[in-house]
Design a binder for this molecule. Structure first.
Ligand code: NAD
Length: 335
């Protein structure tokens, strides 16, 4: 055991020699145990073999210890769990390291710590780094080049499905990786999700994710405006949603996440816009899409206005921290 790693549940090394299974011990690291990472790491660890190890790291020690306790309390199976003192300790000799961090600066900082160690694995294979954070494709490629230069493999696998999908293990990953690596990466991702969409070479997963979320950001505002307009004209919101959802205006915000309370029973609008996809995250993804669009020379006519709407709405106490469909409330919609 390394001095800087506290062992919670470990495999006795001598047991491996007598194991009936020829399977080699796999070493995983999971860095970033926030709302998403905590649940993803839990699913990953529970679906790995006891001969594997997962090393956890987050700046927040309390999250690390709480997760390790949950993993320990698990009745059967699951990989051995270790807690690391730094991101570099977590990734040391890991075959696969998964990172799930908030913004580009956190990803850059974690990888600069990781790369302060010489990269290696006990198997002699190149270590693989899967970054599930939603950041801009350029920052991701920049980190990827540093990892490659140090002898590792770096891919981007941002996800959709939110905390609900992370908890249930039903996330969709948008993977940016060389095609020949997809079969190697899929089993790990499918322990945390149910779908892997290979979008192209590194950075492509993030491009797909940001293009989708740009469209979502606009659709959400347009749906809130259209619903508010109809209600102000005297239409019953359920009748209006019924028309839109069999017509050309139909979209995810109108059909699944309708912003008017009571139109869709399960939508966050019906619970004071609590839960769901936070307005702050929408604002963040929109900003990333704007940066990436600028770099690619792609004209976005609606982006700045949409950004202003999310920024102003988020600064409003009635909307802060709520699902992004709360834009309807910000517009003065009838609830
Ligand atoms: P979060 O803020 O809840 O968690 C981030 C975690 O990273 C925190 O625990 C923080 O302590 C840790 N952290 C920050 N810097 C670190 C460092 N240098 N080393 C180690 N740990 C560090 O964020 P989240 O909601 O889990 O989201 C993670 C990523 O997934 C983000 O990029 C987000 O955009 C994306 N995402 C989130 C959702 C969602 O619904 N929450 C959905 C899809 C994608």
């Amino acid at each position: 055991m390394k001095a800087n790693v506290r062992l919670w549940k470990s495999v006795q090394p001598h047991c491996r020699a007598f194991s009936t299974s020829p399977r080699r011990l796999e070493q995983y690291a999971f860095i970033g145990l926030g709302q998403m990472g905590f649940q993803m790491a839990r699913n990953l660890q529970s679906k790995l073999s006891p001969s594997d190890t997962v090393r956890l790291y987050d700046l927040n020690k309390e999250a690390m210890e709480r997760l390790a306790q949950e993993m320990r309390a698990q009745k059967a199976g699951g990989a051995a769990v270790q807690l690391a003192d730094t991101a570099a300790d977590a990734a040391k000799e890991a075959d696969t390291t998964i990172t799930c961090l908030p913004e580009p600066q956190h990803v850059k900082s974690a990888y600069s710590t990781i790369l302060s160690n010489k990269l290696s694995t006990t198997s002699g294979k190149k270590p693989v780094f899967i970054d599930c954070s939603t950041i801009d494709p350029s920052s991701s490629r920049e980190v990827g080049h540093s990892v490659e230069k140090a002898g590792g493999i770096f891919v981007d696998a941002p996800m959709s499905g939110g905390v609900v999908g992370a908890t249930a293990g039903t996330l969709t990953f948008m993977l940016g990786a060389p095609a020949d690596l997809v079969p190697t990466l899929e089993p790990t991702l499918l322990r945390m999700g149910k779908r892997v969409l290979h979008c192209g070479t590194p950075g492509a997963g993030l491009s797909a994710k940001l293009a989708n979320n740009y469209l979502l950001a606009i659709n959400n505002i347009a749906t809130a405006e259209a619903m508010n307009l109809g209600v102000k004209w005297g239409l019953d919101p359920k009748v209006l949603a019924g028309v839109i959802n069999v017509s050309t205006g139909k979209c995810w915000p109108s059909e699944v996440n309708n912003p008017v309370p009571g139109v869709v029973e399960t939508a966050p609008a019906g619970r004071d816009y609590k839960g769901g996809f936070g307005i702050g995250l929408m604002k963040k993804d929109l900003k990333l899409a704007i940066v990436a669009a600028r770099e690619a020379g792609a004209k976005l006519e609606l982006a700045e206005k949409a950004k202003e709407v999310y920024e102003t709405a988020e600064a409003d106490d009635r909307c802060k921290g709520r699902d992004f469909s709360v834009v309807y409330r910000y517009l003065g919609g009838k609830e």
